[in-house]
Write a protein of this length. Structure first.
Length: 315
């Protein structure tokens, strides 16, 4: 099995980029009280809809199409081939189950002002006697925070596994762009949620670190899985994983972001236009990447064929 160093380098670079983005934006709420809450929430809400467009394009235009194409090439059985289109909906349902059934909570990706409670402008970093925010149903809010960390970590872990398991630079870049476009917003939102619980600093940092490391851990898991699986089954595994992840991305875009961000009438037209821009931009990038990498692979194959012919002629 030959090593493609451009792919290895991309995975290493994206590993640290995702980790840093998560840690930095999770920590920003420590300074967020200096920013006008109304302005901050409106900006985050608009940018969030842009991320929804990026996610939806990644799910439909790239991951869905790429997964189905790979599986169609790997599977000859007509009956099984007719069932592969079910895989993206399976990813959608799995994410729905984790998000709304298994860990049902009132968490929201929306950044509308009415959805975000007030929190103290000053944070005491000294250890408190209880170590958490326990009044006015504080324990329930703390439990919801842990559930939110798990749900968001699940999304990040799945995307990380796709990056790690994929052997196509095009897929790696597109999934990374989709993940990072929303990851910083999720990180900031989660940081705000954890910040409001008045945890001691050590616990705050531990919780945001757990979330921030999940996508990088997913990359490592994906790489390990890729090398463990027999070479003749790697494409089949990648196709299944891409198809299921497509459903998860579509769920995040529609259910977790758009339905909540467009629930409020504030900036609705702006949000929709920004959403379309995100969708069109990522779709265009996908088409360009596919064309560039297709031409690159075609040129590489032609070069290998020419080399083989030259060697045969010499012999």
């Amino acid at each position: 099995m030959s090593v493609e160093w451009d792919i290895v380098g991309s995975k290493i670079g994206f590993f640290f980029a995702i980790l840093l983005v998560g840690l930095i934006f999770c920590s920003l709420p420590l300074l967020s009280y200096k920013i006008n809450k109304t302005i901050r929430n409106r900006i985050l809400s608009i940018v969030n809809t842009f991320a929804a467009g990026v996610f939806l394009a990644s799910g439909f235009v790239h991951l869905y199409a790429e997964g189905i194409e790979i599986l169609s090439e790997e599977i000859d059985d007509d009956i099984i081939e007719s069932l592969i289109t079910v895989l993206p909906p399976v990813g959608f349902v799995i994410t729905l189950f984790v998000d709304k059934i298994l860990f049902n909570t009132e968490h929201s990706h929306s950044h509308n002002e009415e959805s975000e409670p007030e929190y103290d402008e000053k944070w005491d970093l000294k250890e408190k006697s209880t170590g958490s925010y326990d009044h006015q149903n504080g324990s329930g809010k703390t439990k919801a925070t842990y559930i939110l960390i798990f749900v968001l970590s699940f999304h990040s872990l799945l995307a990380g596994i796709v990056i790690g398991a994929s052997n196509e630079l095009e897929t790696i870049i597109i999934v990374f762009l989709a993940l990072i476009s929303h990851h910083w917003i999720e990180s900031f939102s989660l940081g705000v949620n954890v910040y409001k619980q008045n945890f001691v600093f050590k616990k705050f940092f531990t919780l945001i670190s757990i979330f921030s490391i999940m996508a990088p851990v997913g990359i490592i898991i994906g790489v390990v899985i890729y090398f463990i699986i027999p070479e003749d089954l790697q494409s089949l595994f990648e196709g299944i994983l891409l198809s299921i992840t497509a459903g998860s991305f579509i769920y995040v875009a529609i259910v977790d972001i758009l339905l909540e961000e467009l629930h409020s009438n504030q900036d609705k037209w702006v949000k929709f236009i920004v959403f379309l821009i995100g969708f069109i931009l990522n779709s265009s990038l996908t088409i360009v990447f596919e064309q560039v990498f297709h031409d690159h692979d075609h040129s590489h194959d032609s070069h290998d064929h020419s080399s083989s012919s030259y060697d045969s002629h010499d012999h």
